[in-house]
Design a protein around this ligand. Structure first.
Ligand code: ATP
Ligand code: MG
Length: 244
């Protein structure tokens, strides 16, 4: 098992009330899985990905990466395990503002100790994402779509077995989005990595092997869609059934 959430709860104080942002979530991601979670804005999708990545801590329940319970690990061990196991495509990119596009993409390689030799690899990934002519640009000089593709390249470059992708095509044209989905699909089919995708886009969701729905912090038991060969219509139908 690459990642698992067991009886996961997250409570947050909102005004006077304590709200369950995640409510008893159970989830497992194995090798070569391509799973997708859909749900309305505010249903807890980003929060769930953060907890799975160990970037935030649950109020109750546990998160396991590579069969290790994160809550049982000391901070430094948890950081190391996270770096080794998980690549994250952030909804709002989180690029480092003072690093160039190429340096942002190469960052995971630096962190893995490849302080030399990272440059051609970063350049190669930049080219695959159509960013080959912007290598030296700083994030504030990039369009939203270019920033998004930079953050996707950064997630793909490090080779971690699990990619958590939070609306990775949200700022892209249909064509650029389809290309990003091709890259994620290939990471699973050709490299044997796993992807957990969060998206609002039924066309992207249909490329996953399993689609689940999150409503008010709860993963819905029915419907759950299973691939291969999911259709956009099936995804639309499920969204309609759940009034999403
Ligand atoms: N730091 C925080 N403090 C309090 N509440 C928060 C905090 N971060 C998020 N929330 C709340 O938690 C809920 C889930 O937020 P989350 O970002 O996980 O939603 P989401 O499903 O990713 O939405 P979107 O589709 O808009 O990205 C929302 O009600 C949000 O307002
Ligand atoms: Mg979100």
């Amino acid at each position: 098992m690459l990642a698992a959430a067991k009886k996961l709860f997250l409570f947050r104080q909102q005004g006077d009330a304590k709200t369950a942002i995640l409510d008893d979530v159970e989830l497992e991601i194995g090798e070569r899985d391509f799973h997708c979670v859909m749900g309305p804005s505010g249903s807890g999708k980003t929060t769930l990905l953060y907890l799975l990545a160990g970037l935030d801590e649950p109020s109750a329940g546990s998160v396991h990466l590579s069969d290790k319970d994160l809550s049982q690990l000391a901070e430094n061990k948890r950081t190391l395990l996270r770096r080794k196991s998980v690549a994250f495509v952030f909804q709002y990119f989180h690029l480092l503002p003072n690093l160039t596009l190429a340096e942002n993409i190469g960052l995971p390689l630096w962190i893995q100790g490849k302080s030399t030799g990272w440059e051609p690899i970063a350049k190669d990934w930049a080219e695959r994402l159509g960013l080959g002519d912007r290598l030296h640009a700083l994030p504030h000089e990039l369009s939203g779509g270019e920033r998004q593709r930079t953050s996707i390249a950064r997630a793909l470059v490090g080779g971690q077995p699990l990619i958590l992708a939070d609306e990775p095509t949200g700022n892209l044209s249909q064509k650029a989005g389809a290309e990003v989905m091709d890259l994620l699909r290939r990471a699973v089919d050709e490299e044997g990595r796993s992807v957990l995708l969060v998206t609002h886009n039924p066309r992207d969701a249909a490329r996953a092997d399993k689609v689940q729905f999150l409503l008010d912090g709860r993963l819905v038991e029915d419907p759950v869609l299973h691939g291969p060969d999911l259709t956009v219509e099936q995804v639309h139908e499920a969204l309609g059934q759940l009034h999403i």
